[in-house]
Write a protein that binds this ligand. Structure first.
Ligand code: LMR
Length: 396
């Protein structure tokens, strides 16, 4: 049965973790995967999470099956976070939200549902996009194509190219959009450009699927989520996947969600019933712990305020590291202008380094980024920055 099975290639992002773990270089730095580490190079356990877990431990409960769509208080908290508690979509009950296994899980539930709904539709992702977007939608049975996004010469977004591609896409095309903190480039489009994208999506009758994995890592929770309000105001129905991996530093708990904004409450109930089939036939129902922690934090004003403060600290530290990286590269002798690093936003910097340079960085200096030149600036700290800058200077 297995004799013809070929060895699959290593995952372009998570596969690097395996190589990193096996590397004996004492100066190794993992800028591969999108994970935030504090200034001591430690994965933070947020205080708000600790407090919520403390309360849970003090009153331990038995673990029955969750409903298929997850913890009701969690789903309600996600809806409020994504759309606004007082927003018309939430008030009118036309959002279907299910707990998902991380942001990836939310995307996959949506992709499987869309495949049933529009089996012939194509999926458009940005060029480049998160590596798993293509893989995930392909695995769900779709043909995945790209629209222009990154403009290497300009060090920014080829917005005209993007807009033209959206306008030319056949009706019903599923377009995956990064709500904020574009992964991997770190370049977001402006609010005015979003207005044009939304008008194009509406005019061409595309199906928007917003991936919001980094809310709070750009300019703030409200600011990063503002694009959702723009889609609502345009009268569109759409998909949004949410991830709390980064914003709660709960990577291993796999806590995320999928929300689908429908025309009305009745439609939302029918959509929810279909999403539950996707979940039931894949993993039956979600695990409790991560969702319970996030719900406890988001639904408690004191813990919520603490979370917002801790998230802001992560965001501010990342921005400071961007500046340190620019200054450090200059001090290490890099003559080209690297100031673009501070105009990028979120966890990543698309460095513009070639695959050969990234491989050299890894093999000779123990500095790990993806082959595409993406580096996770959220893993830089005051101790490793010098080594990273010296190493980059040597390969440039
Ligand atoms: C990343 O892009 O590094 C993160 O979203 C982690 C992942 O699952 O790929």
């Amino acid at each position: 049965l297995f004799t013809a099975v070929e060895m699959a290639p290593r995952d372009p992002i998570l596969g690097l973790n395996e190589q990193f773990a096996a590397d004996t270089n004492p100066n190794k730095v993992n800028l591969g995967v999108g994970v935030y580490y504090d200034d001591n190079g430690k994965l933070p356990l947020l205080e708000c999470v600790k407090k919520a877990e403390g309360a849970m431990m003090a009153a331990p409960s038995a673990r029955g099956y969750l409903p298929i769509d997850g913890i009701a208080a969690y789903d309600a908290a996600v809806k409020s976070l994504v759309f606004g508690a007082d927003s018309e979509p939430v008030q009118s009950g036309r959002v279907a939200t299910v707990q998902g296994l991380g942001g990836t899980g939310g995307l996959k539930i949506g992709a499987d549902f869309l495949k049933k709904l529009s089996p012939g539709a194509k999926v458009l992702i940005s060029d480049p996009s998160w590596e798993n977007h293509r893989a995930l939608f392909t695995q769900a049975g779709f043909t995945v194509e790209t629209h222009p996004y990154y403009d290497a010469a300009k060090r920014g977004v080829n917005f005209e190219g993007m807009l033209a591609a959206l306008k030319a896409a056949p009706a019903g095309t599923i377009v995956v959009l990064h709500a904020c903190c574009h992964n991997p480039t770190g370049y977001d489009i402006t609010p005015a450009q979003w207005d044009q994208v939304i008008a194009a999506v509406k005019e061409a009758r595309l199906t928007p699927f917003l991936d919001m994995a980094y809310q709070g890592f750009g300019n703030g929770i409200q600011e990063d989520g503002a694009v959702i309000g723009k889609f609502v105001a345009a009268g569109l129905t759409f998909f949004v996947s949410t991830s709390f991996s980064k914003s709660f530093s709960l990577y291993g708990e796999r806590v995320g969600a999928l929300s689908v904004l429908c025309e009305n409450k009745d439609e939302a109930a029918r959509v929810l019933s279909q999403l539950k089939i996707m979940i039931r036939t894949n993993y039956s129902n979600p695990p409790i712990h991560g969702g319970a922690v996030v719900a406890a934090v988001l639904n408690n004003p004191e813990l919520r305020a603490l979370w917002e403060k801790e998230l802001a600290e992560m965001r501010v530290r990342i921005k400071a590291m961007r500046q340190k990286l620019v200054d450090g590269l200059k001090a290490a002798g890099v003559t080209q202008d690297m100031s673009f690093i501070t105009t990028q936003i979120g966890m990543f910097s698309y460095s513009g380094l070639s695959k050969e340079q990234m491989v050299r960085l890894r093999n000779e200096f123990g500095v790990y980024g993806t082959d595409t030149g993406r580096m996770c600036v959220a893993a830089l700290n005051s101790k490793n920055i010098e080594h990273v800058c010296q190493s980059i200077a040597k390969v440039i």
